[in-house]
Design a protein around this ligand. Structure first.
Ligand code: FDA
Length: 387
């Protein structure tokens, strides 16, 4: 069987590419259904892009690589597509756009856009060769072997996050097979674990924080879990954290706690210190921190210096995570196919004619908040329109 373009992976990037790669496109995926990560994303409503998409919201060895594709197919282009398909959406917070109804609408939209492509599900790549002009892929489709030759091969099989959902390192293996380098990969947008389970009694407690790792800070919620720490602020800094690093939590992110405690002391001096702190922080967290802070007595018992010391400690709570929850729960994979070997305009290999890498497989990783899907759309579009 001969096709013009064979796309490996019917996820976000692969389907977007198939929508633009023209006649003679075949897409294969080993899953039973296309776009499974889209389906479960954003709590079933898919945070499909971010209004504030900007190159600074992406990590990768080359901080410039992703600029071209993101500038040529922008968040506004994707919003226009969503609107053309009559999908209602809303901004939740921080520019994050979600479907009003269901993530399945995004999958339906992509399948409609890619209707011209032949989609083979429950199909795996068994072998892959290239003769200088054409790729030959041996594909196992539900137990039957097929040899498919293609002028273009687009690798869109994503990263290693959530193997239970079918994530594999296939893209990285194919990159290495064809002489491309793969940067160090690690789980990102992932909760932290602490070996001694210090936050078990706080499990389920959330509060706004400014979380910092390696000089990078995010101001959002943190969530204490049975195993450690999660929540958007924590997931964001996990992309910047390395084993052995400390993180810092500022529990007074808007910096109003000291003034408020001073005012409280003037008005309600007999208020217990833990009660006063519980007006700013969840009561369970105050109970947990009280012995560390050594708080006792009433507000009236505290000097200005003592209040400042307490707030100072709460503003710079140092913690040393043991590890992360790993690929089991990581939203994305940091690192991937090294971008030096790819064209930033089209995603094509500099060395192998007709070979493209797109989406999460590539060493471009976005922040939490719709940025990773935007990269999938932009890179998929860049490759698809270049074919
Ligand atoms: P994607 O993973 O989407 O697709 C890869 C496809 O390749 C899959 O269909 C897979 O089955 C297939 N495949 C893999 N290995 C294969 C093999 N060996 N043979 C055949 N097929 C193979 N991002 C965001 O911007 N907003 C959000 O709301 C969320 N939410 C979210 C929630 C959860 C729980 C996760 C795990 C992730 C997110 N993300 C997200 C991240 C987002 O899902 C991710 O960045 C994109 O799906 C990446 O798109 P790709 O097409 O590159 O890979």
């Amino acid at each position: 069987m001969q096709v013009n373009t064979l796309i490996l992976g019917a996820g976000a990037a692969g389907l977007m590419c198939a929508a633009h790669s023209g006649p003679g496109t075949m897409v294969i995926d080993h899953a039973k259904a296309p776009g499974e990560k889209i389906r479960i994303s954003g709590g079933g409503r898919c945070n499909f892009t971010n209004l504030h998409t900007d190159p600074s919201a992406f990590l990768g060895r080359n901080p410039h690589f992703h600029k071209s594709a993101l500038a040529r197919y922008t968040q506004w282009d994707f919003i226009a597509l969503v609107e053309r398909h009559g999908i209602a959406w809303h901004e939740k917070t921080l520019g994050q756009l979600f479907c009003d109804d269901s993530a399945k609408q995004i999958i339906r939209m992509l399948l409609d856009e890619a209707a011209g492509a032949d989609l083979w599900l429950q199909s795996s790549l068994v072998a892959l060769t290239h003769d200088g002009t054409r790729f030959t892929a041996t594909i196992d489709r539900q137990g039957q072997r097929h040899d498919v030759t293609a002028r273009n091969l687009v690798v869109a099989t994503g990263g290693k996050s959530i193997p239970k959902m079918g994530a594999t390192g296939l893209a990285h293996d194919i990159a290495r097979q064809f002489g491309h380098k793969v940067t160090e990969t690690r789980p990102a947008l992932v909760p932290f674990t602490f070996s001694d389970g210090p936050f078990r009694p706080l499990s389920g407690t959330a509060c706004p924080v400014r979380a910092t790792a390696n000089g990078i800070s995010f101001e959002e919620a943190a969530l204490f879990t049975h195993r450690g720490l999660s929540g958007p602020a924590i997931l964001q800094i996990s992309s910047y954290w390395r084993e052995g690093d400390e993180i810092a939590l500022n529990l007074d992110p808007d910096g109003t706690m000291l003034d408020s405690l001073r005012t409280g002391r003037a008005r309600h001096g007999r208020r217990n210190m833990t009660t006063a702190l519980a007006q700013h922080l969840p009561a369970r967290l105050v109970d947990h921190l009280a012995p560390v802070l050594g708080v006792s007595g009433n507000l009236a018992d505290q000097s200005d210096a003592r209040l400042a010391q307490i707030v100072g400690t709460l503003s710079d709570w140092r913690l040393k995570p043991t590890a992360t929850e790993g690929y089991r729960t990581a939203e994305v994979t940091l690192g991937g196919v090294e971008t030096d070997g790819l064209s930033s305009k089209t995603m094509i290999s500099h060395t192998v004619p007709g070979l493209y890498f797109i989406g999460e497989a590539v060493d471009v990783t976005g922040w939490l908040g719709g940025y990773n899907f935007q990269w999938a759309w932009s890179s998929g579009w860049a490759a698809g329109t270049a074919i």
